[in-house]
Design a protein around this ligand. Sequence first.
Ligand code: NAD
Ligand code: LMR
Length: 338
Amino acid sequence: HPPVSQMEETSLLRRATCRSQGGASGFKVAILGAAGGIGQPLALLMKMNPLVSVLHLYDVVNAPGVTADISHMNTGAVVRGFLGQPQLEDALAGMDLVVIPAGVPRKPGMTRDDLFNINAGIVKTLCEGIVKCCPKAVVNLISNPVNSTVPIAAEVFKKAGTYDSKRLLGVTMLDVVRANTFVAEVLGIDPRDVNVPVVGGHAGVTILPLLSQVNPPCSFTPEEISYLTDRIQNGGTEVVEAKAGAGSATLSMAYAAAKFADACLRGLRGDAGVVECSFVASQVTELPFFASKVRLGRCGVEEVLPLGPLNEFERARLEKAKKELAVSIQKGVSFIRK
Ligand code: NAD
Ligand code: LMR
């Protein structure tokens, strides 16, 4: 056997060669809330992503256990664990992408807004850490209520003078994932071949699937439109009720978050034509934040795409969505400005 130091050097060289064969030196990604229901499967999926070279797993509980477990996977990313507030800054230092699924989930009978009192404070603290340690990182915010937590994050960054609206993205990908699945069921086709834009926000009536813009082009009966809109808007509640007190969507959410994080990393790498729906600072409507298709690039959100033509049903639903969204956004802003 060669001496240990030589073995280590050879191993490092081999890993570097493998990465450059993958076409990128890799990105540094942190997951905040990594030991939770979403955090654990999301950590697993990010450890499998060849674009990730370093994966930091932060939580206030059980981060060392999850890290030890994930670190045994023979994929490229180097995994490090961070436990509790004193280690938050080390977890965030130098990160390119920060994904935040920290916070409490719903139980049956609750709205996402009922989570505001606990999750607003958690998101504020974590964003203050980002301001200090990686103000240029792209942030993917999952913690609910997304319609309020994204404005909270923006206000924290504004207050610190580090706000860049291109780098703050609320994750609404699960609505698209659900819409693609439910529409494919109705059409009797493979869900991987369907793309449904979902705009507005991420709660009840603010979730607005644009069924007139489904790709591949197709048409629905009024009954199908009513069924699909209702099912997509209440997909989260469907899971909360099925879990009967044990939380909300975690596995489908981890899948959606990993897909969205991968799109952000491909954008950061410079890939062309990366387009996903996200809740971002927007001029698409009169509201300061709105979910719609965005083009992702080297700086995060390169372009917020227009809504495109809406039919009468969608225009009416948009007005309803905007009313609720305006209140949720203002609630988030006031939490920091108060
Ligand atoms: P969970 O309770 O299973 O996990 C949350 C994790 O956050 C826990 O491990 C907890 O220790 C950790 N945490 C709490 N406070 C923290 C802090 N200050 N710093 C770091 N970590 C902290 O919950 P979950 O099922 O993973 O859901 C997490 C959040 O994601 C909830 O708010 C839920 O509503 C939301 N969610 C959003 C979407 C979406 O589409 N955007 C989908 C599903 C769930
Ligand atoms: C979801 O859509 O599944 C999440 O927002 C969790 C929830 O509370 O429904």
